[in-house]
Write a protein that binds this ligand. Structure first.
Ligand code: ADP
Ligand code: NI
Length: 217
């Protein structure tokens, strides 16, 4: 009999078989690995963290008409079905509902050490080389411009303005990606974020040089 984590990983791998590349099984696997790395120096309920990492994108509201309850509902039904205790099921559901960047702009109403770990793990996958790939993938999916010097980035103060933005992908670096290193909850994630952040800054410098037709550095 497989344990809860392996059963959940099998379920998620199947569910996300046709997911788009920004939120596919590979994203889940990277986040799960980040969680394990953070747990090595962070005291937290490892089962809750790993289950939440595996299930956090099981049904993203962006792809379900903005319904933010569908992910926690599917996760809860699955975990109860395999026999996970009710308090952990509830905790995983709270984490999924409250960990997104959008939710944090809406005024986070739930926090726990475990949410901090999983949120950091997910945020690490939004920055650095992978973060750049995911941003342009998302922009392509939405048919956004790569960059438009006439459209400056804006710092979104609320959830609706962040969600409804149709700005070029480069703006997303200033509106979210470059802000993430200072939002990490754990020391391990802060350290990993620093080098990923530096890489994005270097990338942007090169991008603008090429955009303006300046010689490569
Ligand atoms: P969250 O759930 O934390 O709000 P998302 O699911 O919106 O994060 O983001 C998933 C991935 O898509 C991330 O790598 C994120 O940076 C990227 N992404 C989200 N919105 C945009 C955007 N407007 N432009 C480019 N990339 C985006
Ligand atoms: Ni995610």
């Amino acid at each position: 009999m497989k344990g809860y984590i392996d059963q959940t990983a099998d379920f998620v791998r199947r569910q996300l078989a046709n997911a788009e590349a920004g939120h596919d099984w590979w994203h889940i696997l990277r986040v799960w690995n980040n969680v394990k790395l953070i747990l090595a120096d962070e005291p937290a309920d490892a089962l809750v963290c790993e289950l939440a990492a595996l299930l956090h994108d099981i049904a993203d509201s962006k792809f379900h008409d903005g319904d933010e309850t569908i992910g926690p509902r599917i996760a809860g039904e699955f975990l109860r079905g395999i026999g996970v205790d009710e308090s952990r099921v509830k905790h995983v559901q709270d984490i999924i509902l409250h960990m997104s960047y959008r939710a944090s702009l809406g005024g986070e109403m739930f926090h726990s050490r475990e949410l901090g770990v999983v949120q950091d793990a997910d945020r690490l996958d939004a920055i650095g080389a992978i973060g750049i790939a995911r941003a342009f993938h998302y922009g392509g999916f939405k048919n956004r411009e790569l960059y438009n010097p006439a459209i400056p980035p804006i710092i979104h103060q609320d959830k609706a303005s962040y969600k409804n933005s149709t700005a070029p992908t480069l703006n997303h670096f200033y509106e979210k990606l470059l802000l993430l290193k200072d939002k990490m909850n754990t020391g391990t994630a802060r350290a990993l974020a620093a080098s990923r952040h530096a890489f994005m800054e270097q990338y942007l410098e090169q991008f603008y040089a090429e955009w303006e037709g300046k010689p490569a550095r």
